[in-house]
Design a binder for this molecule. Structure first.
Ligand code: N01
Length: 539
């Protein structure tokens, strides 16, 4: 039966496609599905749209991709009418943008909020997915698309005694809607990743005293954020088509200047000049200062040393500066971007507590116990990251053919084909899923590429009268091997980070995202489609 046929005969509760998540992936997938005349519904756990930008409303939250690039490009009218106000957009502005998109394209009537999907099961005889959510919701759909995000399941370390703690507890990735008032309070922040590095300077300004519990020091580059120059905004808008195309031709999918030279082929003075220029310019472009910073350890060390010197130049207390200085690979973990992070440690109301050798032992009723001391705090902020890439999908009880659970299939390796589909799970799609470039690129264009590929597939299936598609086991096996092979030369695949699941106890260490670059990946996806959806079985 064609998709069109299914639409006509569908009773209530049956859909052509159910989309999980109303972040940027879910919103655009709904728009495209509707454009194909499909009956589509988005289910979202939050009580608003925006996905990651709905949940991560901690103080100082901003995107580390420049606002002029971190936006949809599917509608030129949309990109022309929206005016970003700063170089790096705040969480609040991005959330307003997501809401604007939902209204502008009249998406809300097909989004069910405040409903968490708990189970999705493929019914082989009907060839449909049954999707269950809390509050007794059960839906059926020919296709199920997961737009659940790469960083959406908060990681809460299981500290003993946490239940006895009498203060307030927050996680940066689950920040409350109402303003949290830390004025004059004693606050502890656990973690020094991207979220903490953005939140710490903001929280420090408000509190009586801030304790930062650091297990691993991190690299961060100043954002040099500023109001957006209206002339730059106008110029970008006038040239959007060209700029977007240029970005698609770069491995990272973000247009910034790449230096083709090795860090080791230039004299030290030139190296320093290049690093200084990137430091002054600000942001993650620092890691593109030379071509081999994430492939050659000696080259990487030159960049790492430059940042350590900067830390020592800014942080007045040499002991604190030494403690803040990382000695691992720069760019192994995603490079952080900050506003006033190192300077914050010169404040008299901020203490850095090293928990690398003496880990947090327990949380007591009054605070944090480590190294034989108890740090009494009125509030605790967990900036402890996420069970990335697979955590949210594994939290849903997803069952494919023969009742096989996805969580079991992925127990050792998150097997997938193109990061989009999974053998044994027909008609199921994962937008920016494990095995796709996702977090190594600009997320919104990465989402658009996946959604467009899925929508084109739906159109193809309708044209050919297919209603079922499944990745073959062989194609999947080859893709997983290719993802591993592409990752091998990168220093990122050998050091501890959430890219490998190293931040979650007991999680298998697999380098999950595809690091082969946007142009290579997009070409593979295009070729697969042009080749009659090579590697898939269509019925
Ligand atoms: O999480 P993280 P995040 N005891 O996993 C520490 C994106 N993002 O939310 O390194 C003590 O990076 C942990 O220590 P260690 C971005 O892609 C983007 O900050 O494991 N500490 C680490 O310091 C980013 O990479 C933006 O030793 C513990 C911290 O918690 C990703 O989200 C902004 C601990 C977790 O850092 C995740 O960033 C924010 C324990 N038991 C986030 N457990 C922008 O766009 C964990 N930690 C700018």
């Amino acid at each position: 039966m064609s998709i069109k046929g299914i639409v006509r005969t569908m009773p209530n509760g049956n859909f052509d496609v159910v989309i999980v998540g109303a972040g940027f992936a879910g919103l655009y997938m709904l728009h495209r599905a509707r454009g194909l005349g499909m009956r589509a519904l988005v289910i979202e756990a939050a009580d608003g749209v925006g996905g990651t930008w709905y949940w991560n409303r901690y103080p100082g939250a901003r995107c580390d991709v420049e606002s002029l690039q971190y936006s949809y490009q599917f509608s030129d009218a949309l990109q022309q009418e929206w005016d970003w106000t700063e170089r790096y957009a705040t969480q609040d502005e991005i959330l307003r943008y997501a809401n604007h998109v939902a209204d502008r394209f009249d998406l809300r009537r097909d989004i069910r909020l405040d409903t968490r999907v708990t189970r999705a099961k493929f019914d082989e005889s009907a060839g449909k997915w049954t999707i269950e959510a809390d509050k007794g919701t059960t839906l059926t759909a020919t296709f199920c698309v997961m737009g659940t995000g790469c960083l959406s399941t908060a990681n809460m370390p299981n500290f003993s005694g946490l239940a006895d703690y009498r203060g307030a507890v927050y996680h940066t990735g689950r920040w409350p809607r109402e303003k949290v008032d830390f004025t004059g309070k004693r606050v502890g922040v656990i973690g020094t990743g991207s979220s903490a590095i953005q939140a710490i300077p903001e929280i420090a300004r408000e509190v009586g005293h801030l304790y930062v519990f650091q297990r691993t020091p991190n690299y961060t580059i100043p954002a040099n954020n500023a109001p957006l120059d209206p002339a730059l905004r106008a110029r970008t808008k006038a040239n959007y088509a060209t700029l977007r195309q240029e970005a698609k031709e770069l491995p990272s999918g973000v247009y910034y200047e790449f230096n083709p030279k090795s860090a080791l082929e230039v004299p030290p003075e030139e190296r320093r000049r290049v690093y200084e220029a990137r430091w002054q310019d600000g942001g993650t472009t620092f890691i593109a200062a030379f071509s081999d910073l994430i492939t050659n350890e000696a080259a990487n060390e030159t960049a790492a040393e430059f940042v350590r010197e900067k830390i020592h130049a800014v942080v007045k207390d040499p002991k604190t500066a030494a403690l803040l200085s990382p000695h691992n690979i720069i760019g192994c973990k995603r490079l952080c971007v900050d506003t006033g992070y190192w300077e914050t440690f010169n404040r008299p109301n901020v203490s850095l507590i090293d928990v690398s050798t003496a880990p947090i032992e327990r949380i007591t009723a009054k605070g944090v116990q480590t190294g034989g001391s108890i740090y009494e705090v009125d509030a605790l902020v967990f900036a402890t990251g996420f069970d990335a890439m697979t955590g949210t999908l594994n939290a849903i009880d997803i069952r494919g053919r023969g009742g096989k659970r996805l969580r079991d299939k992925w127990a050792a390796v998150p097997h997938n084909y193109l990061g989009l589909t999974i053998s044994g799970f027909p008609n199921l799609f994962t937008i920016t899923g494990p095995g796709s470039p996702s977090v190594f690129t600009n997320m919104i264009p990465a989402i658009e590429q996946h959604v467009d590929w899925i929508a084109d597939l739906f159109a193809h299936m309708r044209a050919k009268g297919f209603s079922r598609i499944e990745a073959s086991a062989d194609a999947e096996k080859k893709w997983v091997a290719h993802v591993a092979e592409a990752g091998a030369p990168s220093l990122r695949s050998h050091c501890d980070s959430w890219y490998l699941g190293a931040n979650i106890e007991g999680k298998p260490r697999i380098f999950t995202p595809y690091i082969g670059g946007v142009p290579v990946y997009a070409k593979i996806c295009e070729d697969v489609a042009a080749d009659g959806y090579r590697g898939f079985e269509l019925a």
